[in-house]
Design a protein around this ligand. Structure first.
Ligand SMILES: Cc1cc2nc3c(=O)[nH]c(=O)nc-3n(C[C@H](O)[C@H](O)[C@H](O)COP(=O)(O)O)c2cc1C
Length: 405
């Protein structure tokens, strides 16, 4: 369906070749100071036509706030966000009237709905993500003001070119339990310090200087060959309070996986130490507790990715997801038409040779929507409990001991 979230509910609308795209947010807290620029900054990072590495489709993607605000303050009523589609070229899709594009959504959308939008895959187009990014920017704005939450995503690989994640000097002997840590100290430092400015310093949105250059060349090579290439995006969320996530089915990482795998072209999701974490023994992987300067408990390592039992523990949340190589390529592909006739498809139109540089703000937006919704759910639970008279009869083992600084 087109709605995400339980208390901060976002419904997106629109497809590639209709009049406008956008979102309606129901449940945004009233009293939030909000300017169009708070939203526009993320839409500009998602916008097509940003560089030679992305589709040349030229959309300004100016957001129009239609409702839910007065004098720059949210009213608590539905916020409608609208962005006009201006640079549509439906005629670019005439071949795809005959051919379903291999690995695109043309065939499955037609099978499911029985009618075909001019762009073929309809709402599977990345134009739909405009609404997510606009709504996510509002959620992020709230999270920043309320809790100082920071969300930073970056490109961690393109094709086979990765930011180095493990220590190059570590010996990886498959039969030896002394496996290297899942992520090197350098990579962990990158995760805890990387900023959006670091990310945007490179067209590829990879903050690792040497890798960024190689990635750029890889995307240019794919484009020159009328081909495409995939990649991965890593994201870190800092300063989340403890207690977010609704076990058992709506654990923090489960909702995050749902949100992330709803982004077009995603193929894999890895949380915390992820698949590499399965290679090290518990004695290496366990995140031992220690006292933070403020007296609260923290962990010395963070292989859990800031979540245990589906609930945030106050450490950074981090995860990675993979995006496939975009399906639409202008190289001839031997395939079949809708009626089964074999033929060759050379897709026209303007397409991304690699989606990951533009996926970065989409990942940040979905992370913000998850964090916002789970924060509101936890805060409403706590507010309901706070209305009750205090209980003085609980044994001390049932309550958290007071912090000792
Ligand atoms: C930012 C972004 C840009 C995209 N650009 C294109 C594109 O130019 N051409 C294309 O074929 N697919 C593109 N996609 C992917 C398609 O939207 C998606 O792969 C396709 O609809 C099939 O859906 P699926 O891969 O999720 O199964 C893009 C995805 C994202 C996130």
């Amino acid at each position: 369906m087109s709605t995400f979230g339980k208390l901060f509910r976002v419904t997106t609308f629109g497809e590639s070749h209709c009049a406008s795209v956008g979102a309606i947010i129901d449940g945004c807290p009233p009293g939030l100071q909000l300017a169009a620029e708070d939203i526009q900054v993320q839409l500009d990072r998602r916008r097509p036509g940003q560089s030679d590495l992305t589709t040349p489709r030229n959309e300004k993607d100016r957001v129009h706030l239609q409702s839910g605000l007065e004098h720059g303050v949210t009213l608590g009523t539905p916020i409608a966000l609208l962005v006009r589609n201006e640079d549509q070229r439906p005629h670019d899709y005439s071949e795809t009237d005959l051919y379903p594009r291999p690995s695109h959504a043309d065939y499955t959308y037609l099978e499911k709905y029985g009618v075909k939008a001019s762009s073929g895959g309809g709402r599977s187009s990345a134009r739909e993500t405009v609404g997510r990014v606009a709504a996510g920017a509002i959620a992020e704005h709230y999270l920043k003001l309320a809790h100082g939450v920071e969300i930073v995503a970056f490109v961690s690989s393109v094709g086979k070119i990765h930011i180095p994640v493990t220590d190059p000097s570590a010996v990886d002997d498959a039969d030896n339990d002394d496996a290297p840590e899942p992520l090197s100290a350098e990579y962990r430092r990158l995760l805890s310090t990387v900023s959006r400015a670091d990310v945007d310093a490179h067209l590829t949105r990879c903050p690792h200087v040497e890798t960024a250059e190689r990635m750029k060349n890889r995307i240019i090579r794919a484009k020159a060959a009328s081909d495409s290439i995939g990649g991965t995006v890593t994201c870190v969320i800092r300063n989340l309070p403890t207690g977010l996530g609704e076990p058992v089915f709506d654990k923090f990482e489960a909702v995050l996986a749902h949100a992330m795998l709803s982004i077009p072209a995603t193929k894999g999701f890895e949380f915390g130490s992820g698949f590499r974490g399965a290679e090290v023994p518990g004695s290496v992987h366990n995140d031992k507790f220690s006292k933070r300067p403020d007296g609260s408990l923290g962990t010395e390592t963070n292989w859990s990715g800031g979540v245990q039992g589906g609930i945030t523990n106050g450490e950074d949340v981090y995860f990675r997801l993979s995006f496939k190589s975009p399906a639409t390529i202008s190289q001839a592909q031997e395939t079949a038409q809708y009626d089964g006739t074999p033929g060759s498809l050379e897709a026209r139109g303007r397409h991304d040779p690699c989606v990951v540089p533009r996926a970065v703000p989409i990942v940040e937006a979905m992370a913000a929507l998850v964090a916002m919704d789970l924060l509101m759910i936890q805060k409403s639970r706590q507010a309901a409990t706070a209305l009750l008279p205090p209980i003085t009869t609980l044994p001390p083992t049932m309550v958290m001991p007071p912090k000792r600084s």
